[in-house]
Every structure is written in structure tokens, then in C-alpha cells.
Write a protein that binds this ligand. Sequence first.
Ligand code: KG4
Ligand code: ZN
Length: 369
Amino acid sequence: MQSVLYIHGWLLDPGAPIIRVLMNVLGIETSCDETGVAVYESGHGIRAEALASQIELHRPFGGIVPELASRDHIAKLSGLVAGVLDEAGMSPEDLDGIAYTAGPGLIGALMVGGAFAASTAYGLGIPAVPVHHMEAHLLIGRLEAETLEFPFVALLVSGGHSMLVDVAGLGRYRLIGNTLDDAAGEAFDKVARLLGLPYPGGPAIARLAEIGDPASFSFPRPLIDRGLDMSFSGLKTAVRRVVESEKQKAGGALAEAKGANLAASFQAAIVDTLVAKCIRAVEQTGYLRLLIAGGVGANVNLRRSLADWGRGVGVDVHYPRPAFCTDNGAMIAYAGAARLNPAAQTGLGIVARPRWPLDSLEPPGQAGH
Ligand code: KG4
Ligand code: ZN
């Protein structure tokens, strides 16, 4: 029988036939309005995590103010990292790499995480790993579901992106569907504003929709009967028109029941559309596994509809727990571990790419990342 040597860090010992490298990777997410930090120990899972949301900070402005976001990341980051290491019972010297979101995202916010990660890693003599935020959303599904083997179809739906991806392997992503205008999360956020609901709109709409009738208004299901691309701005405009006319009829603000019916009908339109796109993507690729990821992936109706469909046709439908759908540090730590080359040179360079197409990534160890 071959012996298995478990080690921390990177040690190539020719005397040991099989070496499993156990690595502790710190993950730092600062691409937008959440400061997320976590430690992932390869083979063991997430050891500790923490998240600081900036929702209240930006609320008075009705949207994210980039400069405030950067400053708040600066204020929170080192305290969160110290707390997470403490909770994991580790010191910085126990880390084998520091992963950070390098894009896409707000440039100033990305620079905060990148500067912190690169300088700390440099001081410790370990690699800093730039991580693609959407790849992290996608890969965390594999931490949650070990049966999720490649290849699979991923529906990546967040505040800034709506994509269908043919995932052939780590770093082998082919974009097969994209949004032509607003992202699904953006549509939730904009419609929430129309209904006078707080940001982020997704959870607020989902909550209100629970007491509404999804059949009370008939909203368009854009491009539902063709292709894999998505378009949500027409749906948003249709909702705006109805909200305006309902407000006029009511002579002012909408009654809660009316708002709930609008929320439920809008949610049904978006869920129906996303479900139809996923079904078509699975049929086109012939894959029997589907992953739903990104903030909108936390939507209970979307998860339920796709899970019900999958059960009926024998397709495995996976989705991370809701806290791993929305932005978090765990997904950065996990993706960083997959991308970490422990032998990489430690430098002080920072990668920050506000725009960074997912399908430009390559498998680890190849150019392009
Ligand atoms: O992935 P994420 O946390 O941040 C980005 O990378 O954009 O996604 C945030 C988006 C927001 O638009 C938010 O409204 C939406 O995800 N979202 C939801 C739900 N929870 C968050 N949309 C629908 N239903 C939800 N339960
Ligand atoms: Zn995200």
C-alpha cells in the first residue's frame, strides 16, 4: 500500500509516493459593497469567515458610492482578517497563500483588497493569488456539492452579470448565454426601487412576493422562446408602466397587497425566463448537471423551480447555500486554493481588472490568469 503524506505548504518529497498538500488560504473579497474574509483549508473546508456589509452606509445615496465603498473596505479589512484568523486558531504564519478578488468590480474597492493581500503575502513570503469574482461564484458550488463534477452548465446571475456558462473544467469556461442589457440582479434592484423597497432588491422583492399572487399581472418573459441570451430591461420598463398606472389609480402610494402582487408577478416573469434558458442550455450541451450561482441564485423560487424540473428529467441541479450565493470571502479563499501555485514567486504587484471577461480565463498554470 502506498503511504500518504499529509503536509502543510509545498514540499516535494521524492520518498513519498503520494503527497496531499494541505494549504490554508486566506480569501479577501472587496469588489463591491461587502468586505468578505475567510480561511479555507484544502481538504477540510472553510475554517472561519466574516462579512461586513455596507448596505446601510450606501442607503442614503440610493446606490453604491465607490469612494465610500473603498474607504469602508480600508476601515474594516484588517480587523476582519485578525478576527477570522483568531477564530480559525491560526496565526498569519500558518497561511500558505492569500487570495483576493482582482476583478471584475469597482477599481478603488479592488485596489484595497489587492494592496492588503499583496503586501501581507509579501511580508509572509507566500503567494498572493488574484481571483476572478465570477469564477469564485462558480467554483464555490463545488465546495458545497462534491458530486458536482465537470462538465456542467452554470447559470451565473448576480447584480452585474447574467451568464450561462459551459464549464468544461477549472478555467475552461465558454460563455453560451449573456444578458443583452440589464443583469438579472440589476432588474430585481431596479424594480425594487420602483416599488419603494430597499436595496438590495432581490431579497426585498422575494419577501414581499410571498404574500402576492404571481398571476395577477402578466409581464413579458423576454426572449423566452429563443436562444440563450437574456434581456431584462423591457421587463423592467413594463413593470414601471404598470406601477405608474396603478399609482395613478390609487391616487398615491400603492397598497401593500398591490405591491406584493406586482413583486410576485415580476419575480415569476424573471424566474420563468431564467428556467427556460437553463433548460435550453442543458439540452444544447447535453450535460446532466446544472449549477445556479451568484446573488440571484439565492432566490428560493428560482432554486425550487429548477430543482423540480431537474428531478423530473434526471438532471442534477446544484446551488450553494444562500450565504455562498451572495458575495462572500469563502468563495475567494476556495477559488484561490484552486488557483494557488505554492511555488510562485512572491511579488508586490497588484492585479485589479474592473472589466475581466470570464471566458478569457485559462486553466491554472497557463497564460491569461
Ligand atoms: O453576487 P452578488 O452578491 O453581488 C454581485 O456580484 O453583484 O449579487 C447581488 C445581487 C443583487 O442584485 C441582489 O438584489 C440579488 O443579487 N439577490 C437576489 C436575492 N438575493 C440577492 N435576487 C433575487 N432573489 C434573492 N433572494
Ligand atoms: Zn458577486
